[in-house]
Design a protein around this ligand. Structure first.
Ligand code: CU
Length: 232
């Protein structure tokens, strides 16, 4: 082999490795879900109100895991559903949260997580009705929870009725639309005054097909766990 051919082969091999390394870094380390920004036009630490809309869906047909349960966040800029569980809010603000629940029920491991904690007024509103606790054992009515352990916040999400999961059937293409059976949860809480990343999660063992239900979507950012980034 001539010198030129050997140098050429070396360069091609080097470039191939470089491309693979770049793909691994970008895809697996930098390729997380986007951050949905709710801080525009809001001055932190003024108690101003921020409106956030999310949904939980029984499927995630926009990802490589179409059968994983998932949360979505609505972008305040485009009003489109974003496949992400990372959102950014101003510190010291009032967060008015609306979560549209499209998924069916799974019993909680501990009925304690059916209690509403850490929110203004100590209650959530399910389709407008004030609720301080959902019993996921007596009626299998809880689909997921929205829980931020760092501020002791826990809010169970009511599921559509069991009859609705049979007919007309749950949403099968995500993000779901109001034509699909759903419940609407609203609640408010104060964002912390201390900036930082506040981890949040669902506490229902909703990772179907995984040991104890706590694998897969339950431990993956963008599905059943995420971050509330608080900035000042
Ligand atoms: Cu869940």
């Amino acid at each position: 082999m001539s010198l030129a051919a050997r140098v050429g082969t070396l360069i091609v091999a080097f470039l191939a490795v470089a491309v693979i390394v770049a793909f691994v870094v970008i895809h697996y380390f930098l390729g997380g879900p986007p951050t949905v920004d709710y801080t525009a036009n809001v001055t932190p630490d003024t108690g101003a109100t921020v409106h956030i809309t999310m949904q939980e869906a029984p499927v995630n047909t926009v990802s490589t895991h179409p059968d994983w349960v998932s949360y979505f966040i609505r972008s305040p800029q485009t009003h489109q559903w974003v496949h992400s569980t990372i959102f950014k809010v101003p510190a010291g603000s009032r967060i008015d949260m609306t979560i549209i629940g499209y998924d069916g029920c799974t019993p909680l491991r501990n009925p304690y997580w059916g209690r509403v904690t850490g929110v203004i007024g100590n209650a959530e509103y399910v389709d407008g009705k004030r609720v301080t606790q959902l019993n996921s054992w007596s009626g299998c009515t809880v689909a997921h929870t929205f829980s931020i352990p760092g501020i002791n916040l826990n809010v169970p999400m009511e599921s559509p009725t069991l009859a609705q999961t049979v007919k007309p059937g749950l949403c099968s293409t995500a993000p779901c639309t109001p034509n699909n059976p759903h419940e609407v949860m609203t609640f408010s809480f104060n964002s912390p005054k201390t900036p930082g990343a506040y981890f949040w999660q669902c506490r229902i063992p909703c990772g179907g097909g995984f040991i104890d239900g706590f694998g897969g979507p339950m431990q993956t950012i963008g599905f059943m766990t995420g971050n509330m980034e608080v900035v000042s």
